[in-house]
Design a protein. Structure first.
Length: 144
């Protein structure tokens, strides 16, 4: 059985393992204080939000997201991080998390939900191409 909901205090260790896995996928390591800062912000649930997917009661996926103003439309919801435990892949976890964020954003009158992924992330892109429209934008970044 798959359920989606807010992260609970008891999810902290598994959430960190999943979030570390997400960052490892993209070749990043995070210092412990980044995990602590993110967890604290998620628990406040004000400027940045998190949901967890549970398979048979066990945390198997996470999503982090936020809203921001837009100059050309209603507020936007940015889906920042999405990760499914390797052993839970192919069981609808990522799709359910995307649906939950979309529902959350719709309830708050956001005009869109959007995200980015690396072009080489073929597995995730197969799902993303089913649930969303790739509008062809290219992401640029200046690291500070």
């Amino acid at each position: 059985m798959l359920t989606i909901g807010r992260l609970e205090d008891t999810d902290r260790a598994v959430w960190q393992t999943l979030f570390a896995g997400y960052n490892e996928f993209y070749g990043r390591t995070m210092p412990d204080e980044f995990f602590e800062q993110a967890w604290t912000r998620f628990r406040h649930d004000e400027e940045i939000h998190a949901l967890g997917a549970r398979l048979d009661g066990q945390l198997a996926g996470i999503v982090h997201f936020l809203t921001h103003a837009s100059t050309t439309a209603p507020d936007s919801c940015y889906l920042q991080d999405l990760f499914t435990a390797p052993e839970a892949r192919g069981r609808g976890v990522a799709r359910a998390l995307i649906d939950a964020v979309t529902d959350w954003a719709r309830e708050r009158a956001c005009g869109r939900v959007y995200w980015s992924t690396h072009e080489s992330n073929a597995t995730a892109r197969r799902l993303y191409d089913q649930v969303a429209e790739n509008r062809g934008f290219i992401l640029y970044q200046i690291s500070l």
